[in-house]
Design a protein around this ligand. Structure first.
Ligand code: ATP
Length: 440
């Protein structure tokens, strides 16, 4: 199984240009995560930081128990061996055929014999559907095939963590759909932890187990896919719908006058650049091609998400519960007809939330609260909101730049019922007991 990547309070600047700050998230072992964000928000910088190619000035990146920002060069070298990276352009050597491009890594970094190298290269070429194209040069094949070749090369050292920088860039929607399927199939095959950076809304909606978004130098949210896909956060809503109206502007920042003008245009019937329909909502996730191994991440993620279900926004809870069959619901002690089990978005964070089954589980909750020893500071996500926004999320949920999470919410009672009715447990402890009993 792939290793967990835990990022705490990470801040990166180039000179006086702050790229992002106080980024805290965990990529759970073996799961697929997508990081979204408008152009220039530092997604590629984030990927490069994870692999130690760039050095954030603050925070921690814990991989396999090692903080790569403070470890020795030798340790970093070892940690890097865990990674396979698919760069935006495939980063293939133009003068080498695909076979040699893939073999290059093995020749450089291992002492394998040529016959062993051949075995591995052909295995990876088969995995990405390129058997028969080994002798072609990168310039002789399509963009989609180049991506596949780049992926074969990324997989050649059997990585435990796979980073993909805009795997869809330059691909048409059909090739993108094939590549999305391939990424899921590969995850099923090798059970690696995968992080994909993209702007592609379809990829974001259909591929990952977890979704996050960078905007205005902050991680707006990170958590189970259902949280972002049902979010009312204006910046998430705008991005997922690909519309002009919203906080994201052409050059990222947008002033109130422009916002007002765009709203007036929309009210007057001008298209805002999106389709008519709001595309938010939980759509089915791509499953491995029939005949592939079962994705180990699915069951692990289900256990993890169900353990934190009560902390998620109500919309996300409802979507998750709806997606489960009666037998699965029963396994988690959720009674038929239950729509949600926690006060979610209408409530502050619950005191002493139940222990998660693994470090990854807790950390993969959206924007976990800063822990002792973490560099993230309470309230550090605070930023004035330029637009009216819906009710604030729970402190454990979106680390939104629009919210100033109250440092004291940990101790606040939860006085709404699971599902938001008025007669439920009055405290977090009571709610936990209620959850264990299987709800109302
Ligand atoms: N090595 C570097 N030195 C100085 N500035 C850099 C460096 N690398 C990236 N930047 C700057 O960091 C910012 C974020 O760049 P990055 O490529 O990470 O954005 P992105 O979100 O991946 O964008 P896109 O979606 O367009 O690929 C940009 O302003 C870029 O110019």
């Amino acid at each position: 199984m792939g290793v967990e990547v835990s990022v705490n309070g990470l801040t990166k600047s180039f000179g006086s240009q702050r790229i992002w700050q106080d980024v805290t998230l965990t990529l759970p072992s073996g799961e697929v995560s997508v990081l979204l964000g408008p152009s220039g928000t530092g997604k590629s910088v984030f990927l490069k930081s994870l692999i130690g190619l760039l050095r954030p000035e603050q925070g921690e990146i814990i991989i396999d128990g090692t903080d790569i920002l403070t470890c020795s060069e030798k340790e970093l070298y070892e940690i890097r061996k865990l990674f396979g990276v698919l760069f935006q352009d495939g980063a293939l050597f133009g003068s080498m055929n695909l076979y040699d491009n893939v073999a290059f890594v093995l020749r450089e970094h291992t002492r394998k014999s040529e016959s062993d190298i051949r075995k591995t290269v052909m295995e990876k070429m088969e995995l990405v559907g390129l058997l028969g194209a080994e002798m072609k040069l990168p310039g002789e094949i399509s963009g989609g095939m180049r991506k596949r070749a780049g992926l074969a090369r990324a997989l050649v050292l059997d990585p435990e963590i796979v980073l993909c920088d805009e795997p869809d860039s330059g691909l048409d929607p059909v090739r993108t759909a094939y590549l999305s399927q391939l990424l899921i199939d590969i995850n099923a095959q090798i059970d690696a932890t995968v992080l994909i950076v993209t702007h592609n809304i379809t990829v974001a909606r259909t591929v990952p187990d977890n979704l996050g978004m960078l905007f205005r130098r902050r991680l707006v949210m990170f958590g189970p896919r259902e949280v972002l896909l049902t979010s009312d956060e204006p910046v998430v809503e705008q991005f997922l719908n690909g519309r002009r109206v919203g906080p994201i502007g052409m050059s990222e920042e947008k002033d109130e006058a422009q916002m007002a003008e765009e709203l007036a245009m929309r009210a007057a019937g001008h298209s805002d650049g999106s389709g008519d329909e709001d595309v938010r909502g939980i759509v089915p996730q791509i499953e491995p091609t029939p005949g592939s191994p079962v994705r180990g991440a699915v069951r692990r993620r289900q256990d993890r998400v169900m353990a934190i279900l009560h902390t998620l926004p109500v919309n996300a809870q409802e979507g998750i519960i709806e997606s489960l069959d009666a037998e699965t619901l029963a396994r988690y002690g959720i009674a038929p007809g239950t729509r949600s089990v926690g006060a979610g978005e209408r409530q502050p964070a619950m005191a002493g939330a139940p222990a998660a089954p693994s470090a990854g589980a807790a950390a993969a909750a959206p924007a976990p609260r800063p822990q002792p020893g973490s560099h993230a500071q309470p309230g550090s996500h605070a930023q004035p909101s330029p637009v009216p926004r819906p009710a604030p999320p729970v402190a454990e949920v979106p680390a939104s730049p629009w919210d100033a999470p109250a440092a004291t919410t940990d101790a606040a009672p939860v006085d709404g019922a699971p599902g938001g009715s008025q007669d439920g447990p009055a405290t977090a402890t009571a709610q936990r007991r209620w959850f264990r009993r299987g709800g109302a």
